[in-house]
Write a protein that binds this ligand. Structure first.
Ligand SMILES: Cc1ncc(COP(=O)(O)O)c(C=O)c1O
Length: 393
C-alpha cells in the first residue's frame, strides 16, 4: 500500500471534537473515542499541499471559485458514480447540515411536515424541529441484517408531507440503497408531489459488491424532483474545512434554493475548503481505493471478532460508511445503562443508538475509521466487560 493507515496519530489537544470533549461528553477524558464521524487517518499530502499553496501569497482576500473547481466535482461524480452533472447545477454550501436546513427554509412553511426514516442521522430531526416544521417518521425495518424501507407505510405517510430526507448510504444502518429501492421511493415521492432531499455525503464510502447510485441519476423525472448534497468531507476527512456541494438539475428548484442561500450570504465558499476539495477530487482516486480496502478490513475484523468472542452483540454489516451499527439488545441494558456500560466498563465512547430516534434503543454506533490496533483494544475491552457482566470466564 502506498498510504499507511496503520500510522498512529495523536489527536489529543488539537481542538479535535472527537478527542477533546471526551470529559464533557462521556464523563471520562480517557475513553477510546469511536463516536463522531471523522477519521483518525492522516490527510493525504495532495490535500495538505493544496492548503499550503493557499498560504504562499500571504493574502486571504475575497476570491473567485474557478472553473477547475467545478470540473473536479463533475469529473469525480462521473468517474465514481456514472452520473453526468453540469456546472450550473452546482452550488457551494458550507456543509450538508446547513444545506438540509436551507432546503427546509426554501421548500416548506412553518408547520409543514417532513418525513425521515429512523434510525437516522440525528441532525435530520434538528433541522426540521429547529425551523418550526414537523417530523413524520417512516421507520426502517431490519430484515435479515439489512435495513429496508417499509414502502406501504411510506406511501400512507407521504400524503400530507412536503419533503422526504433520504440518507444514502444510510447513517447509521449502513444500507446502500439499491436501484429498485431508489426507483420505488423516487416514484412514490413524485406521485405524491413530495420533494426528495438526498443526503449523499457518504456516497464515496461504499464496499464491493455494493454500488452507490445517486438518486437523481435514476431518471429525468426523479432528477427533476430531487436535490442532492455531497461533500469531500467524509471521504477525505476534511469536515473542519466546512465545504460541500449542492446539486440541483431542476432550474426552478435551484433558483429557489440559491435565493434562500443568498439571503444569508453563505454560498461564496472559503479559499481553503475550495482548494482542498478540488485537490481531493482531482488526485484522490488511489487514496480512496486504499482507504476502502483498509476500512473494509476493519469491518471484517470487527465482524469476525464479535462472532467468535462476543456473540451477545450482533453487527449489522455496513454496505457503506465507516460506521458500524451494533445490535446490543441481548445485553439486556435499558435506557442510559447501555451507553454507560460501554463507557464505564469497556472504556469506549460510541454514539448511543437512541440519538438516532425510533429503533435506536439497544443499539450503539461504532466508528471504525481508525487504526486497527485501536479496534483490537476496543473489542478486547468489550469482550471482557461482557464476560464480566455475565460472569463468564
Ligand atoms: C448523513 C450525514 N449528513 C451530514 C453530515 C454532516 O455534514 P456537514 O459536516 O457537511 O454538515 C454527516 C456527518 O456525520 C452525516 O453522517
Amino acid at each position: 500500500m502506498k498510504y499507511n493507515f496503520d500510522e498512529p496519530i495523536n489527536r489529543e489537544n488539537t481542538a479535535s471534537l472527537k478527542y477533546d470533549i471526551r470529559k464533557e461528553k462521556f464523563g471520562n477524558a480517557d475513553v477510546i473515542p469511536m463516536w463522531v464521524a471523522d477519521m483518525d487517518f492522516r490527510t493525504p499530502d495532495f490535500i495538505v499541499d493544496s492548503l499550503e499553496k493557499c498560504t504562499e501569497n500571504d493574502i486571504f482576500g475575497y476570491f473567485l471559485i474557478t472553473k477547475s473547481y467545478y470540473e473536479s466535482i463533475i469529473n469525480w461524480v462521473k468517474r465514481h458514480h456514472q452520473w453526468n452533472i453540469k456546472q450550473d447545477w452546482i452550488s457551494f454550501s458550507p456543509g450538508v447540515v446547513p444545506s438540509l436546513s436551507l432546503s427546509v427554509l426554501a421548500f416548506t412553511k412553518p408547520g409543514d411536515k417532513i418525513i425521515v426514516q429512523p434510525p437516522v442521522y440525528h441532525p435530520f430531526f434538528f433541522v426540521i424541529k429547529d425551523n418550526g416544521r414537523q417530523v413524520v417518521e417512516n421507520p426502517l425495518v431490519l430484515n435479515n441484517g439489512r435495513y429496508t424501507i417499509d414502502f406501504n407505510d411510506l406511501e400512507n405517510k407521504l400524503k400530507d408531507v412536503k419533503i422526504l430526507f433520504l440518507s444514502n448510504p444510510q447513517n447509521p444502518g449502513g444500507t446502500v440503497w439499491r436501484r429498485e429501492e431508489l426507483k420505488q421511493l423516487g416514484e412514490l415521492c413524485l406521485k405524491q408531489n413530495v420533494l426528495v432531499v438526498a443526503d449523499e455525503i457518504h456516497s464515496d464510502l461504499v464496499f464491493k459488491p455494493n454500488t452507490f447510485i445517486p438518486l437523481a441519476s435514476i431518471s429525468d423525472e426523479i432528477a427533476d424532483n430531487t436535490i442532492t448534497f455531497i461533500s469531500s468531507s467524509k471521504t477525505f476527512n476534511m469536515a473542519g474545512l466546512s465545504s460541500s456541494s449542492v446539486i440541483i438539475s431542476n432550474k426552478k428548484l435551484k433558483e429557489k434554493f440559491d435565493e434562500v442561500m443568498h439571503t444569508i450570504h453563505v454560498g461564496l465558499g472559503n479559499m481553503f475548503g475550495i482548494a482542498a476539495t478540488e485537490a481531493a477530487y482531482t488526485n484522490g482516486d488511489e487514496w480512496l481505493q486504499q482507504l476502502l480496502e483498509y476500512v473494509s478490513g476493519n469491518i471484517d475484523f470487527v465482524e469476525n471478532y464479535i462472532k467468535e468472542r462476543i456473540p451477545k452483540i450482533r453487527m449489522i454489516r455496513p454496505e457503506g460508511t465507516y460506521l458500524i451499527w451494533l445490535d446490543c439488545r441481548q445485553l439486556n441494558l435499558k435506557g442510559d445503562e447501555l451507553n454507560k456500560f460501554f463507557i464505564e466498563k469497556a472504556n469506549i465512547g460510541m454514539n448511543d443508538g437512541r440519538t438516532f430516534g425510533t429503533g435506536g434503543e439497544g443499539f450503539m454506533r461504532l466508528n471504525v475509521a481508525c487504526q486497527r490496533k485501536i479496534i483490537e483494544k476496543a473489542l478486547w475491552n468489550i469482550e471482557n466487560a461482557v464476560k464480566y457482566k455475565f460472569h463468564e470466564s
